[in-house]
Design a binder for this molecule. Sequence first.
Ligand SMILES: Cc1ncc(COP(=O)(O)O)c(C=O)c1O
Length: 377
Amino acid sequence: MLYLDHAATTPLRPEAREAMAPFFDDAFGNPSGVHGVARRARNAVEDARERAAALLEADHPLEIVFTGGGTEADNLALAGPALAGTGRTAVVVTAVEHDAILATAAFLARLGHSVDVIGVDAHGRVDPEAVAAAVRAETAVVSVMAANNETGIRQPVRDVVAAVRAVSSEALVHTDAVQAFPAEEVSVPALGADLITLASHKVGGPKGVGLLYVRTGTDLEPVIHGGGQELGRRSGTHNVAGIVGMVAALEAAAADRQRFRRDVAEARRRFETHLRAALDAAVTGAPADRLPQHSHLHLPGVDAESLLIRLDRAGVAASAGSACHSGATHVSHVPAAMGIDPQRAAQSVRFSFGWTSVPGDGDTASRIVAAQVEEMR
Ligand SMILES: Cc1ncc(COP(=O)(O)O)c(C=O)c1O
């Protein structure tokens, strides 16, 4: 199976598997306990926190909050500041955010909060000035993703931060860097955001664990209430193995970035060059600045769902739009926000390379895709 769905999830990196192993065995303690077994687990979580903070160049380890995944980190990043009782309750999001942000914004709207949704241009890019123009005295947080999970299109997060800071000293900026991490430098100084979401399983770590970087001094109401773990910001017994595995995967991914970028970019170049010539395929959002691993292609005249079934049989795993949803067919809000009509969107497929990809995968995959599409046409 040629796995071209790394944007949905990634195979586990060996570093993560190895780091987790003891925590499925004798290091099974609950970090909240007082005895030696607990202490070993607690030390592992705190060591992971320090390493995650170092990786993100955060000022302090306690700026890292471990969560049950990217979705939960996004919920906390948006609802946390808006519900914190600061008097600032409004949120600003872009139209191409992951549903973890958009559905949280809709939830806040149902509670009576003001929500502004900023559109993108035909290339999927948001205008930082348009974001800043929506910021008002009551804005708690602005959320602009580092790169889109469907198209890979990057957003100018640093420029958004600068534009927002120019109009408000209070509004926080959150960025979801879940997809960007394997290819891009993701750090507090590089992005400048107050809140940063990462998800383990997109970088070669286990599923069901993530983190939120929270700048010191940020007012945050938890979204999960209970025993007060994570300084009360996220209750629930720590997923010790998951946390340790995630941080091992993040470190491995960061150390592997240069090779990753080179290999996925070359695989994608071969893939897209062939398919553009053979099938008249068009890159969604071109010539927008994209992550090197994503290839969201319009294949004229081809029903994406039927093609995906054929590709699965032919040994290629890909997806239509976002696979982060339960349920099969779902018309994505991302192409719609770019002004792409539903018919064209239904003829588009997302291929995503990743840490296990080699340049030759681009040749193999493009041959298989071309053959299947030609049969369908
Ligand atoms: C950009 C982005 N944000 C958030 C998420 C959600 O992360 P998780 O699957 O860990 O809940 C995903 C993928 O699922 C994603 O691609």
